[in-house]
Design a protein around this ligand. Structure first.
Ligand SMILES: [Zn+2]
Length: 133
């Protein structure tokens, strides 16, 4: 079973949003700053960030095809596409592109977040698909 990597952050707001198919990201109200990855304190001040619903939209910054998975449980998915996604909120997320047509996968392509169940079905993980139009 594929394991997820969002270990220790308090994920309940994220989980509730993801269950509705919506991406929530850490957000510091004091700094008016989106954050990623989740962390105990803001990247700019000592406050703990809260969570805010995000657009789930972004662009591929760069991407690669993984032909040989780093762990056995991922090998059945190989080859698969990993990418850095520049979200419209201004943070960069490392994730997967799940696309049937690889010719659409390119730097700058618009993508939107969808969710996949991994090891913990209660905490679906964000992956991205090529956005229409
Ligand atoms: Zn802050």
């Amino acid at each position: 079973m594929k394991r997820l990597g969002l270990a220790s952050a308090p994920l309940e707001p994220y989980r509730q949003a993801a269950a509705r198919g919506v991406l929530a990201l850490p957000y510091c109200e004091r700094c008016a700053a989106w954050q990623w990855p989740p962390r105990a304190v803001c990247s700019r001040c000592p406050e703990p960030p809260g969570w805010r619903l995000a657009s789930g939209n972004g662009r591929i910054a760069t991407w690669s095809v993984v032909a040989r998975a780093p762990r056995a449980e991922l090998q059945r998915d190989a080859p698969y596409i990993v990418a850095f996604i520049d979200l419209d909120e201004g943070v960069r997320m490392f994730s997967r592109i799940t696309a049937t047509d690889r010719s659409e996968v390119r730097a700058g392509a618009r993508v939107r977040c969808v969710f996949e169940a991994w090891s913990d079905p209660a905490v679906p993980l964000p992956v991205f698909v090529i956005a229409e139009g």
